[in-house]
Design a binder for this molecule. Sequence first.
Ligand code: ADP
Length: 254
Amino acid sequence: MLDIVIDRKSYPDRGGVPHLALAGLQLRAAPGEFVCVVGPSGCGKSTLLNVVGGLDRDVDGRVQLAGADSARDIGFMFQEPRLMPWLTVLENVLLVTGPSPAAKLRARELLAAMGLGDVLDAFPGRLSGGMQRRVALARAFVIEPKLLLMDEPFVSLDVPTANRLRAMLVEQWQRSGATVLFVTHDLREALALADRVCFLSRSPGRVVLELPVALPRPRLPDDAAVQALQANLLAQHPELLAGLTTFPDGTTDE
Ligand code: ADP
């Protein structure tokens, strides 16, 4: 179980007034659950991932991940693939595991499953953006993470490339049993991926709505069922993507 309670997370401001980025945020995820976090720009999504991943400990609150021994149980994937240009594809993946024979075997298997078996010794600069993301995805899974934190990992890719990566992510997630926290501002991407979508308010961010997604997999963002779910949700909460939920009487929850 991942249990997040953030009472307050603020950043020091230049004028001396702290800037409150998250306040009263509570989020839980079951083991193996795929949770997407959707919210308007600047509401604190990246801040949330940094806190959950232990990259930022300056926070009032707690993050508990049952069964995890250390930060080594947490995998990351960011908007940029963040590969080392002077290391080969295989070496980039082994960077997070060390070069043990077992790690090498696992890295090769993962890279092959992602269609990169022929470019193990290539340098990232030779690869397309989509291939670089696949290397980053393999690197995220090679440690067999209990928790995978993903910050808009498929932005600025063309639609088929992004869909292929999403399918690879779902396949590896289902094999791994990892809990996933996936941040996106793309509602249809969230509905296509998640077991549950948590919507954040405007800054300072907190969870204003949770939506379980029971649609069968595989799903694509363009599937009619995904589009219908999106349309229903936005009919009920027209300003949800701006961080506001709407009560049945039409008033919004600020
Ligand atoms: P999101 O990922 O939802 O776009 P962020 O988590 O990046 O939001 O930022 C949340 C808020 O905190 C924003 O107002 C942003 O300007 C501010 N912020 C983020 N990082 C820092 C920082 N290192 N120092 C000061 N303010 C920050």
